[in-house]
Design a protein around this ligand. Structure first.
Ligand SMILES: *Cc1c(COP(=O)(O)O)cnc(C)c1O
Length: 458
């Protein structure tokens, strides 16, 4: 009875709608939002007996819901985590040239599959194949939706119904849902595990070879390292075994790099050129990891193997669109023109010097101290950034962090409010502090970040 009375306090949908107007949105959206707000209060009354708010407060809720529904779901986010290749934040930010290239082909028509010289049908993959071959020394190349797709297509094309030999130390899971045994099963190839988690020897591979063997696969342990009593069969040794038994050797490198990262003081990731030069027949990499381009899977290697993949009907299900190809071509051109380190954001962020990051963090701290209430504690801390995206998992990139805390608002509440703001800001939480790493901030982000924190801590 009590609840009936409370329910009667809720206005009718049309009353609530009238109270919200004028609101610049399609009428149906407003009516739906009013109905949804009323319905959730009705449930709250029935389940918990809460007293519903007055019509004015309900109208505020409706307006907020409408605003949220009118806004894009996929939006730019400020990445203050210092994780350069953050898969949940879209991995590699594209270079200006790549963005411009996408815009140009997106707006209108393009020569995606037409040979402009002859007017005949052309090949969509041709736009990047020559460039990829020139940069890596590969005989042939192919681009698909992502690296998982590249591995799937390679296994399906070369080893369906046959065995593929993989070391037990390389049966990896790369986060999300890429797991070597599962992708193998999906491809129809039969996994032939050899060795142990920590040690695999050349003789383990040789013993497993039979007439059923189609391929020897090496997988780069992108996101972990095994240390201690270990033995990994080196690439050269695998190539020698492949040659001895006339079997192709494939290497899933994951994060493909085309430049020497050691120059930036980073650990060595095997460069694609080096892998192919060592005699590996097929190499697969991601477009949006250390390469710094769009999401894509790139296959490089021997022509006859690539030919088999190009003729596989599965390729149609994995094909890339014109925007991906445009972004990838522009990204690759930066490598060709030798200005990748200056223009590709991922490489720029990874190569930032400790001193420069200290300078940026100090400036940010000064500005925050001026802008925020005196209750906040804001200090500089030495710390590390991460490459992320399954690359260089144990490499510490030294940085300076801005650490922030507030006596009345918990760090997780600050982080939550920052995420829900506009633009959303994603920070790191550690040791009961909010941490901001300048490494992944773009020019102009600092100002927006300060404004966001002012709103959140007001
Ligand atoms: C990241 C990674 C993959 C998956 O690549 P996606 O482009 O994310 O599909 C596969 N293999 C290795 C070794 C990787 O590092």
């Amino acid at each position: 009875m009590e609840k009936e009375k409370l329910l009667r306090q809720l206005p009718a949908v049309h009353e609530l709608v009238n109270c919200c107007e004028p609101l610049d949105c399609p009428p149906q959206l407003l009516t739906d939002a009013a109905r949804d707000v009323l319905s959730s209060w009705r449930s709250a009354v029935l389940s918990k007996g809460v007293v519903p708010p007055d019509i004015g407060s309900l109208a505020v809720e409706v307006r907020e819901l409408v605003t949220k529904r009118m806004r894009s779901s996929l939006r730019p986010v400020i990445n203050a985590t210092g994780v350069v290749l953050h898969t949940n934040l879209g991995r590699a930010p594209l270079s200006d040239a790549a963005c411009e290239a996408v815009l140009k082909v997106a707006r209108g028509y393009c020569n995606l599959e037409i040979d402009l010289d002859t007017g005949n049908r052309g090949e969509r993959y041709s736009h990047v194949e020559e460039l990829l071959c020139r940069l890596t020394g590969a005989e042939a190349a192919l681009v698909v939706n992502n690296n998982a797709g590249a591995v799937l297509l390679a296994l399906h094309s070369l080893a369906q119904g046959k065995e593929v030999i993989v070391s037990r130390g390389e049966l990896v899971e790369i986060g999300g849902s890429f797991r070597v045994p599962e992708i193998m099963a999906q491809s129809g190839a039969i996994l032939r595990e050899v060795g142990t988690t920590n040690r695999t020897h050349p003789r383990d591979y040789e013993r497993a070879i039979s007439p059923e063997t189609a391929l020897i696969l090496k997988v780069h342990p992108s996101n972990f390292r095994v240390v201690g009593f270990t033995r990994e069969v080196e690439r050269q040794e695998l190539v020698a075994i492949g040659q001895k038994y006339q079997l192709p050797v494939m290497e899933d490198l994951g994060s493909g790099v085309l430049v020497d990262l050691q120059r930036f003081g980073l650990d060595k990731e095997p460069p694609v050129q080096e892998t192919l030069q060592a005699g590996v027949d097929l190499v697969t990499i991601s477009g949006d990891k250390l390469l710094g381009g769009p999401q894509a899977g790139i296959v490089l290697g021997r022509k006859e193997l690539l030919q088999l993949m190009k003729g596989n009907p599965l390729l149609r299900a994995l094909r890339v669109d014109k925007m991906t190809l445009a972004a990838l071509e522009a990204t690759l051109r930066a490598y060709l023109e030798n200005n990748a380190e200056k223009t590709i954001p991922v490489l720029r962020m990874l190569s930032l010097k400790k001193e420069e990051l200290y300078r940026r963090a100090s400036e940010l701290k000064e500005m925050l101290c001026k802008a925020l209430s005196k209750d906040c504690t804001i200090e500089l801390k030495e710390g590390v950034s991460r490459t992320g995206g399954g690359a260089l998992p144990v490499t510490d990139l030294p940085t300076t962090l801005v650490a922030l805390s507030h006596p009345g608002i918990s760090p997780s509440t600050i982080a939550e409010r920052l995420r829900q703001g506009d633009p959303p800001v994603v920070v790191r939480l550690q040791d009961d502090e909010v941490l901001i790493d300048p490494r992944t901030l773009f020019p102009g982000d600092e100002k927006l970040l300060i404004e966001a924190l002012e709103r959140v801590l007001r």
